[in-house]
Write a protein that binds this ligand. Structure first.
Ligand code: IPE
Ligand code: IPE
Ligand code: MG
Ligand code: MG
Length: 366
């Protein structure tokens, strides 16, 4: 769509001046959004209030990230700084830091693991933007758009290799086992997704398998790692793993909604990328099932062709059969499972913040 492209070109020049996307702060409309209290579904979550709970550790993690990025290969420094300094919610390290606090962990390895998790995330973004041919991320031109595909892939590889050096420093075999299985699963998820591209017969089940691996497993590793570090009992570890998994699925479901219905100025990403790539995400999969045969055929063709020009028509169809509402509802269900899993933890403001982040993953608009 020409309007979308024009809007995106405009936003591509939009640079955030602060480390985090401050224009995107979610409104606090009630006292319940304070992490000291339990959250209710309809209250807006104050993401910044939650971030404050881990502020000093987050600073240390950010310093560690910058230190570990450094290389005597200049281009690696340049690209690393570019992507890391362009912002990002730092949601995954935040989850890890909240979970260690909720468990009362007294050691020091959580900082390095929080950096490891963010490095893995950043590496997957560098690879993902090449595969998805995206040109806007965190309000800036993507690394592939500025330096090219090869540089983006290779610096992504560098970051992944760095994570292996870093995690070895924990000297904990279970940590190393989980992190390495996680990176393998993410790669499998991305390849599985590649197999679904341009395939309108992709089922909801297959889609869930993809998002579980490419996205949710990293959230799940972030929280499960805290139980491993803390040497918590098996049921606590399982609960934290499940919490991360369900939260991650909810997060990606909403990401796939936002690809159709976000303000690029808020997300810092283009809309319509999934459609232009022929990616069968849940809004499309559900719309094929629910709409008239004629509309379903329009969607099937759009998936096969991967055509951004069809955006307005496709959006109208998915709205008319409530496919966005359905996807949001599925995300709400996943967030509810995530919250349920936390019941095993003792009461604390950190636990409450984790409950609130499950809700945030559904409410978010960036
Ligand atoms: C983007 O993740 C990739 C997905 C798994 C959807 P985030 O939305 O957490 O990206 P940043 O780090 O905040 O930019
Ligand atoms: C998440 O999927 C990709 C990764 C897990 C790396 P998307 O392709 O939807 O993520 P965005 O929208 O580009 O951030
Ligand atoms: Mg992408
Ligand atoms: Mg997306």
């Amino acid at each position: 769509m020409t309007q979308i492209r024009a809007a995106n070109t405009l936003h591509a020049t939009f640079h955030r001046t602060t480390f985090y996307p401050t224009p995107l702060i979610i409104l606090m409309t009630s006292t319940i959004s304070c992490p000291d209290n339990q959250t209710a579904e309809n209250d807006r979550i104050d993401f910044d209030a939650i971030r404050e709970l881990t502020q000093s550790e987050t600073k240390e993690v950010d310093q560690l990230i910058l230190k570990e990025l450094s290389s005597d290969v200049v281009l690696i420094n340049q690209i690393g700084q570019y992507i890391v300094n362009s912002g990002g919610k730092r949601l995954r390290p935040m989850l890890l830091l909240l979970a260690v606090k909720a468990l009362g962990y007294k050691g020091e390895h959580h900082l390095i693991l929080a950096a490891v998790i963010e490095f893995i995330h950043t590496a997957t973004l560098l690879h993902d933007d090449v595969v998805d041919e995206s040109d806007l991320r965190r309000g800036r031109n993507t690394v592939n758009a500025v330096w090219g595909n090869a540089a983006s892939v290779l610096v992504g590889d560098y970051l992944l290799s760095r994570t292996f050096e870093m995690m070895v420093r924990t000297g904990n075999m279970r940590v190393m086992d989980l992190v390495s299985h996680t990176t393998t699963a993410i790669a499998e998820g991305e390849v599985l997704q590649l197999l679904n591209i341009h395939n309108p017969a992709t089922t909801e089940k297959k889609y869930l398998e993809v998002i579980s691996r490419k996205t949710a497993i990293l959230f799940s590793a972030a929280t499960q790692l805290t139980a491993i570090l803390n040497e918590s009992d098996a049921s606590t570890e399982k609960a934290l793993k499940e919490y991360g998994m369900h939260l991650g699925i909810a997060f990606q479901l909403i990401d796939d909604v936002l690809d159709y219905r976000a303000n690029p100025e808020q997300t810092g990403k283009n809309i319509g990328d999934d459609l232009s790539e022929g990616k069968p995400t849940l809004p499309l999969i559900h719309a094929i099932q629910q709409s008239s045969e004629k509309d379903a055929d329009i969607i099937r063709t759009a998936i096969k062709e991967g055509n951004r020009d069809a955006f307005a028509d496709i959006f109208a169809i998915i709205e008319s059969c409530d496919a966005i509402t359905y996807t949001e509802q599925r995300a709400r269900e996943e967030a509810a499972f995530a919250k349920q899993a936390l019941e095993i933890l003792p009461p604390s403001k950190y636990k409450n913040a984790m409950v609130a982040l499950a809700e945030f993953s559904v409410q978010r608009n960036y």
